[in-house]
Design a protein around this ligand. Structure first.
Ligand SMILES: [Zn+2]
Length: 544
């Protein structure tokens, strides 16, 4: 009898224990967030198909990744007019909730043509749309972006700038300078200097006025609060395996520092972290680069999770923007025995490599006379063919990973289907504090933005209306005459005049000058490239 009672007690306890933390997993329509969370951290492993995670896990001895327990769904990555997306539209979908077109950064496309999409209102062609970072900022939250590429590269730009041309670094970087983001930690210093820009502007000087600039690991660690801009490399930062820890912090260290600073804001924060170069290594079919930066990415996820678990009011989301390379563990095309060999056949060749292809290029001397030695010492390949030696000798500058990557891939019995992006769904990972619904199922990439919007209690549509008003129409409605001053063609200025009031709004800045007196705007002014200037409502309000 007693034992029965005891067992019954245990059973009740067990039921109560499982009931104590009900987790509601649902598609976006069914998610209800009654009390918004304070902070959201989204971590994006760029161009990472699922098999990269699998291969990296075996490389790590089968040990679970930090991210593994968070898997909860699949994301469709297609863009508005094609089944394969590049980073620009796919991260735009996650940052704004709108699908877009190849090369488009936080901007609506020309048309939506993929099945199931609502047609685009033609008057909204190429209109900038608010990002979750901008919405969080308007709500008083601290914001930050961490990446290992140059900061104006597509994914970080998708959260902080607007242009229909991802290659227009001048425009994207100028907007970033005036976005008033609290923490930027990445590469790309060159593109803020007069020498590295087509417009010749010295944006480094502007950054210096508003930020603590840090350029190496020690400098970054010295900063404890305030606005900080890390410029750790002229262009992209190194792959983690090639990284000099004195010169460049790891992605995990940058994530830690960003959280340390942003979490001081009582209103909460939004942080985007990108493992940028998993994608670049995938393009090169360089498995070492992919593993290097996937593992570095997972450590950053660990940092974000540690904070979120302690904080209790933070959601952590992770999703790749799209797949890349069609990596397969095993390839019949190069190794007919691959399906019967032991794990070590795949992993040992990879384990012997100490650098990525990019690191190999740096380790070679100028006349590339030490190919055999370098490939043995740092890449673990001791059986180079004459043909392979010649290919390494002739590899173009900056392209070594495209040459040596496939050499190790073949020895590790890996397969690749392309050196470009792929159309696969990618896994969704979410960590929530108690009582918050988890987005799950097979969802659209745009649902990520919708989910973050709900989590933080923000409204992207309203934010777009507030930040991106077609300027001509709005000023003319107030009786002003408008013009576009292109006397300095590289720095055009939108001008509205009414009576003795003249308002000048330099494109890509958050400034308006009313009869010469400077006013700060809620966001940046954007020219869409096809005839329309968009300015924040706060600029329109300056005209009486
Ligand atoms: Zn990408």
């Amino acid at each position: 009898m007693r034992i029965k009672k005891f067992l019954l007690g245990l059973l009740i306890l067990a039921i109560i224990a499982t009931m104590a933390t009900p987790v509601w997993a649902a598609p976006i329509e069914d998610i209800v967030i009654e009390k918004p969370v304070k902070n959201v951290i989204i971590l994006i492993p760029d161009g990472t198909s699922l098999e990269v995670a699998t291969l990296s896990r075996w490389y790590n001895g089968g040990k679970k990744h930090n991210i593994d327990d968070l898997a909860c769904g699949l994301i469709r990555t297609y863009s508005c007019d094609a089944p394969i997306a590049d980073s620009a539209p796919s991260s735009t979908a996650m940052s704004t909730g709108h699908k877009s077109s190849t090369g488009f950064v936080a901007t609506l496309p020309d048309a939506n043509t993929m099945p199931g999409l609502e047609p685009l209102d033609p008057s909204r062609r190429r209109a900038p749309v608010a990002t979750i970072l901008e919405a969080a900022q308007l709500a008083g939250k601290a914001t930050g972006v961490v990446a290992t590429c140059e900061i104006m590269h597509a994914t970080p730009a998708d959260f902080t700038a607007h242009s229909s041309n991802r290659s227009d670094y001048d425009t994207l970087s100028m907007q970033q300078v005036y976005q008033e983001v609290d923490v930027f930690l990445a590469g790309g210093k060159k593109f803020f200097t007069p020498e590295g820009r087509k417009d010749g502007n010295d944006l480094l000087a502007v950054i210096k006025e508003n930020y603590q600039i840090v350029e190496n690991t020690a400098q970054m660690h010295e900063v404890k609060s305030g606005k900080v801009w890390g410029l750790f490399a002229e262009t992209a930062m190194a792959y983690d395996f090639d990284r000099d820890p004195v010169k460049e912090p790891s992605l995990a260290e940058m994530t830690q520092k960003a959280i340390e600073i942003l979490s001081q804001d009582e209103d909460g924060f939004f942080l985007m972290v990108e493992g940028s170069k998993i994608d670049w290594a995938a393009h090169a079919n360089d498995p070492i680069g992919m593993i290097s930066d996937y593992l570095a990415f997972d450590k950053a996820v660990g940092v974000a999770l540690d904070f979120a678990k302690k904080d209790g009011n933070t959601v952590v989301i992770s999703a790749a923007d799209h797949g890349n390379s069609g990596l397969s563990i095993g390839s019949e095309w190069t190794n007919s025995d691959y399906d019967v060999v032991p794990l070590s056949d795949f992993i040992d060749p990879l384990k012997r490599a100490k650098l990525t292809g990019e690191g190999i290029e740096k380790a070679l001397n100028e006349d590339r006379s030490n190919i055999v030695e370098v490939m043995a010492q740092y890449y673990g390949i001791t059986d180079l063919s004459e043909e392979e030696i010649n290919a390494i000798k002739e590899a173009a500058a900056g392209k070594m990973n495209y040459v040596v990557g496939p050499m190790i891939g073949k020895r590790a019995k890996l397969g690749f289907t392309t050196i470009g992006h792929t159309g696969d769904d990618v896994p969704l990972y979410v960590y929530v504090p108690e009582g918050i619904d988890i987005l799950s199922g097979t969802v659209e990439n745009t649902d990520i933005a919708r989910y973050m919007e709900k989590l933080l209690g923000l409204n992207l549509e309203e934010t777009t209306k507030k930040l991106f008003v077609p300027a001509r129409k709005a000023f003319e409605a107030k009786g002003a005459t408008v013009s576009f001053d292109t006397s300095d063609p590289k720095n055009p200025v939108f001008v509205a005049v009414k009576g003795d009031i003249e308002i000048r709004i330099p494109v890509n800045t958050n400034k308006a000058f009313v009869n010469g007196v400077e006013h700060k705007l809620d966001g940046v002014a954007v020219f869409d490239g096809i005839g329309t200037n968009y300015v924040p409502q706060s600029a329109i309000d300056l005209m009486q």
